[in-house]
Design a protein around this ligand. Structure first.
Ligand SMILES: Nc1nc2c(ncn2[C@@H]2O[C@H](COP(=O)(O)OP(=O)(O)OP(=O)(O)O)[C@@H](O)[C@H]2O)c(=O)[nH]1
Ligand SMILES: [Mg+2]
Length: 321
C-alpha cells in the first residue's frame, strides 16, 4: 500500500502560495508597472492553483476503488476503515479541486481583461486577493475530510500485503494457543507474542521458501468457540481470511486449554470452509505428559497431526517439500 497522507490545510496552502510567490518573483519585468504587476498576479494564481489541483486530484485518483478490489481486500478494508466516510471525504476533495479550477480560470480571465487605466493596479490586486481568500477558505473547509483521509491511509498502510492468487497456509485456533509463536518458528516473521488472549488483532504474514519461491503463512487473530454471528470485529478478520484466501488451515491446539472448545471450534471451521484442507499442530507439548499428549492426539486423530517441538521439523518438511 503506497498511499501517502495529504498535508493538512495550512501546510497545503503554504506550499501552494509559496509556488505562486516564486512564479511572481521570476516573472520578467514589463514596460510598465501595471503590466508587470498583472503578469505577476496571473503567475501567482496559476501556479498556486496548479499545485492544489494536482495534489487534490492525485489523492482522489490514487485511492483504490474498493468495489473493484478482490473480495478478501474489500472485507479487509471495510474492517479497518469506514468506506462510506472515505468516499464522502474523497468526493468533497474532488469538488474543491474542480472549484479551484473554475476560480483560477475566472480570476485569470478577469486579470487578462484589465486594461491600464486609473485604479487598475488596485483592481488587479483585488482580483488576486479574492482568489487567495476563496481558495484558502475552500481548502480550510476540507480540514475534517483531510484528517479522515489521512487516518484511513494510516490504517491501510498497516495492512499486510497478501498475494490472494497464491495458495497459502492459514494459522487458526483459540486465542493464546501459540499461533503467532508458530509463525515465528516456521517463517522469518517476528510477530508480537504475549501471554494474554487477542494479542494478534489483525493478520500477520510470514514467508518460507519452497523450491525457490516464497510461500505465505498467515497468522490470524484467535477465535472463540462461538457462532459466526456472535463474533467480534477482530475474529471476523480471521474468518475473512479463511473465506477468501486459498489454502490449508493449520489448526493449533493448546493441550492445556479446554479440549472441548478446541474440538468444537475445529468442527465449526470445517463446516464453514468445506473446500479447505486442515492440519492440526499440537502446540505447547512441553507442558503435558506423554500420556496426556497421546490422549489429545486421539481426540484429533481425524486430521494430519504434527506435534510441536521436534515435530516442528516435520511440519517444516511437510510444508516445504
Ligand atoms: N510453554 C509453551 N508456551 C508457548 C508455546 N508456544 C507459545 N507459547 C506461549 O503461549 C503464549 C501465547 O502465544 P502466542 O503465540 O501469542 O499465541 P496466539 O495464539 O498467537 O495468541 P493470540 O494472538 O492472542 O490469539 C505466549 O506466552 C507464548 O510464549 C510452547 O510451545 N510452549
Ligand atoms: Mg497471535
Amino acid at each position: 500500500m503506497s498511499l501517502k497522507p495529504l498535508e493538512e490545510p495550512d501546510k497545503l496552502l503554504d506550499a501552494a502560495f509559496g509556488r505562486g510567490r516564486k512564479a511572481a518573483r521570476t516573472y520578467k519585468k514589463q514596460a510598465t508597472p501595471f503590466y508587470t504587476i498583472k503578469g505577476k498576479e496571473i503567475g501567482k494564481i496559476d501556479k498556486s492553483a496548479e499545485y492544489l489541483i494536482d495534489r487534490l486530484t492525485l489523492i482522489v485518483t490514487e485511492f483504490p476503488n474498493v468495489n473493484k478490489l478482490d473480495p478478501f481486500y474489500q472485507d479487509l478494508y471495510s474492517s479497518v476503515i469506514d468506506i462510506d466516510e472515505i468516499k464522502k471525504a474523497l468526493s468533497s476533495i474532488s469538488s474543491v479541486s474542480k472549484l479551484i479550477k473554475t476560480i483560477r480560470r475566472e480570476s485569470i480571465v478577469d486579470l487578462k481583461e484589465l486594461r491600464y487605466e486609473k485604479g487598475s493596479i488596485d483592481r488587479a490586486k483585488q482580483v488576486s486577493k479574492k482568489y487567495f481568500g476563496r481558495t484558502s477558505s475552500l481548502i480550510k473547509g476540507l480540514d475534517k475530510q483531510i484528517k479522515s483521509y489521512n487516518a484511513s491511509v494510516k490504517k491501510l498502510r498497516e495492512l499486510p500485503s497478501i498475494d490472494t492468487k497464491e495458495e497459502l497456509y492459514l494459522l487458526a485456533g483459540l486465542p493464546n494457543v501459540g499461533k503467532s509463536t508458530l509463525l515465528g518458528k516456521i517463517t522469518s516473521s517476528k510477530p508480537k507474542v504475549a501471554s494474554f488472549p487477542f494479542t494478534t488483532k489483525g493478520l500477520n504474514v510470514g514467508y518460507f521458501i519452497k523450491k525457490h519461491l516464497p510461500v505465505q503463512v498467515i497468522d490470524t487473530p484467535g477465535l472463540l468457540d462461538r457462532e459466526l454471528h456472535k463474533r467480534n470485529k477482530i475474529e471476523l478478520k480471521a474468518i475473512n481470511a479463511f473465506q477468501h484466501l486459498k489454502g490449508t488451515i493449520i489448526f493449533i491446539v493448546d493441550p492445556v486449554h479446554s479440549l472441548d472448545k478446541q474440538q468444537n471450534l475445529l468442527r465449526e471451521l470445517k463446516k464453514l470452509f468445506t473446500e479447505k484442507g486442515f492440519m492440526v499442530v499440537i502446540n505447547k507439548s512441553d507442558l503435558v505428559s506423554e500420556e496426556e499428549l497421546d490422549r489429545v492426539k486421539k481426540l484429533f486423530s481425524d486430521y494430519f497431526i504434527i506435534i510441536e517441538g521436534e515435530g516442528l521439523d516435520n511440519l517444516r518438511k511437510e510444508l516445504v517439500e
